[in-house]
Design a protein around this ligand. Structure first.
Ligand code: 2HG
Ligand code: ZN
Length: 475
């Protein structure tokens, strides 16, 4: 079947540039690329391109630019903000990077790894591990998510507390610009202060400024020992006290500090069949510490003893083995899929200053009880980073936009962010404008105009389109 609204001439040229397997147009071939993981943002690709090299990406981008056709870059499309699916017009081309999946180099002494955009995150972790090093970015979708998407969304995950977001772990970047120019900044340098750090513009820009084709990633030494503890607490205030104790007593060895509500654990029990080792706790905390020095386990045990004795924690278990730690982590990692099986949910990926988390949760619960009776908040997240996933499981008739406003109003009041780690995509485009200062939006538009003057890179994501082609960035 001929692709929808792009010319056969363009298709012909793309086939010449990418080879016959590099251009998909049948409905069956397009279908897997048309829908995001949550099935919230269905689109209609005109075609799907599958380049196998940076040179092919550049050729495809240049051809689309000449034809005035928009491109939507796509990795493992596990994103939660609809950033990687096209709109429904049938006029946008998806550029799927999965064939570019080589790990080009690994340097265990320089602590760097060079990978192409289509590498699965888990494969990069495994390659680092095989060299006895750690690639620290880790999140539930790592088995399908790709390096390009991870960079384009500046992915966070469970180890941000110790290693920072993706932004902190990219040393060098190769990108294809909107006109097809390849910019090769694949430097494996840990210090590089020569001029603008332009790669940061592309990290977290969700494919709206250029297309990431490869990166040099920062590795870390692998902690020889880890200790994983699971604790029950009465409320988020108590969780905050435990965080303080962990900071005081475990110092820089803490690599994850996750807060999990009783509601989340009930969802995981119901849909994934996994049981918490601590029954009926209103809140639980999953802490992981790592170190190459001995004595880590003793330190975690001492910290647990102290918080139990003070009554900050009610109950606690310390994993006896890697297998047990894995079981504790499964309780955390399977929340998202369990929530999806429960029904429709309105997600809020918010951050507030860490000490404000209890206030946020109390105020959001109050707003929800008043404005959306019967809705249940599935609360979990990266408490050590101030990042809470306040996901509201709603009845079909409930108004998602109104719930968004209620929760985000509280976030705004507390000086927080409406997207801590998932990005804006198409999900939060309108809300971004309401939650950033006009000068910030105007600056973002100036950058977009400079990088993508024809508005052909992932249009409608992060910033709504239209203004660019009307010619007035102030609109
Ligand atoms: C996580 O922390 C992910 O597991 C997904 O960021 C969160 O499902 C969500 O809202
Ligand atoms: Zn998260």
């Amino acid at each position: 079947m001929a692709a929808a609204s792009i010319s056969s001439d363009l298709l012909e040229r793309l086939r010449e540039a990418l080879g016959p397997g590099g251009v998909l147009t049948t409905e069956d071939d397009l279908a897997p690329h048309a829908l995001d993981w949550r099935r919230l943002f269905p689109g209609k690709p005109a075609a799907v391109l599958r380049p196998s090299s940076t040179r092919e990406v550049a050729a495809a981008v240049a051809l689309c630019r000449d034809a005035g056709v928009a491109i939507v870059p796509q990795g493992g499309h596990t994103g939660l903000a609809g950033g990687a699916t096209p709109d429904g017009s049938g006029s946008q081309i998806v550029l799927a990077l999965g064939r570019m999946n080589a790990i080009r180099a690994i340097d265990p002494v320089g602590l760097t790894l060079e990978a192409e955009a289509g590498c699965i995150v888990q494969n990069v972790q495994a390659a680092a591990e095989a060299a006895n090093r750690l690639f620290p970015v880790s999140f539930a979708a790592e088995g399908s998510a790709m390096i390009g998407g991870m960079i384009a969304t500046n992915a966070g995950g469970i180890n941000v507390l110790r290693y920072g977001m993706t932004r902190n772990l990219v040393l060098g970047l190769e990108v294809v610009l909107a006109d097809g120019t390849v910019v090769d900044g694949l430097r494996a340098l840990r210090k590089d202060n020569a001029g603008y750090d332009w790669k940061q513009l592309f990290i977290g820009s969700e494919g709206t400024l250029g297309i990431v084709t490869a990166a040099v990633l920062r590795l870390a030494p692998r902690p020889l020992h880890t200790a994983t503890a699971f604790l029950a607490v009465d409320d988020p205030e108590a969780a905050l006290r435990v965080l303080r104790a962990a900071q005081d007593e475990l110092g820089d060895t803490i690599q994850a500090f996750e807060l999990i509500s009783g509601t989340s654990l009930r969802l995981v029990a119901r849909h994934a069949g996994l049981k918490s080792p601590i029954a009926d706790a209103p809140w639980t905390i999953l802490i992981e510490a790592g170190s190459s020095l001995s004595g880590l386990r003793d330190a975690v045990e001492t910290m647990l003893g102290a918080v139990l004795e003070r009554g900050d924690a009610r109950d606690g278990v310390l994993a006896e083995s890697q297998a047990q730690a894995g079981k504790l982590w499964a309780l955390r990692e399977r929340i998202t899929e369990s929530e999806a099986l429960e029904g429709r949910s309105i997600k809020h990926d918010v951050s507030v200053p860490i000490p404000a988390i209890p206030t946020f949760l109390e105020a959001a619960d109050r707003a929800l009880a008043g404005g959306a009776p019967g809705a249940v908040a599935n609360v979990f997240g990266h408490m050590g980073d101030g990042n809470i996933h306040y996901n509201v499981v709603v009845q079909p008739e409930q108004d998602g936009a109104a719930i968004n406003r209620l929760v985000h109003e509280v976030v705004g009041r507390l000086g927080g962010s409406i997207s801590a780690e998932h990005g804006i995509g198409q999900y939060r485009v309108d809300e971004l404008v309401a939650h950033r200062r006009p000068e910030e939006i105007a600056l973002a538009k100036r950058i977009k105009r400079a990088m993508d003057p024809n508005g052909l890179l992932n249009p409608g994501k992060v910033l709504r389109g239209g203004w660019l082609l009307r010619g007035n960035p102030a609109k």
